[in-house]
Design a protein around this ligand. Structure first.
Ligand code: CA
Ligand code: CA
Length: 97
């Protein structure tokens, strides 16, 4: 499996695994579910000073475009991309020519 294949499949699986929705037709992640996911699936120390729980908290509100306090699949995927952007920028900061 290619590296990108893996990311696509994993994102989909993660959403599926954590976005429990009892009543709703469509699965979505509330803050607790997102936090549980990050706690179990992210080595936050690895991202020390780059991505923190506070960053994630902030992003949640920005990414919840329809304002229902839940991340739908599309919002979740955008959130993960946003984290990748933050990671990339912070990692490459100071590496300016
Ligand atoms: Ca849910
Ligand atoms: Ca939402």
């Amino acid at each position: 499996m290619g590296r990108l294949d893996e990311i696509i499949v994993k994102l989909s699986e993660l959403f599926e695994a954590y976005a429990n929705d009892e009543a709703a037709k469509k699965k979505s992640l509330d803050k607790d579910e997102l936090q549980a996911m990050l706690k179990n699936e992210v080595d936050i120390e690895k991202f020390d000073g780059i991505i923190t729980m506070e960053t994630i908290e902030e992003i949640f509100d920005k990414m919840d475009k329809n304002g229902d306090d839940e991340l739908q699949l599309n919002e979740f995927c955008r959130t993960m991309c946003k984290l990748a952007v933050i990671y990339y920028r912070k990692k490459n900061k100071g590496a300016k020519k």
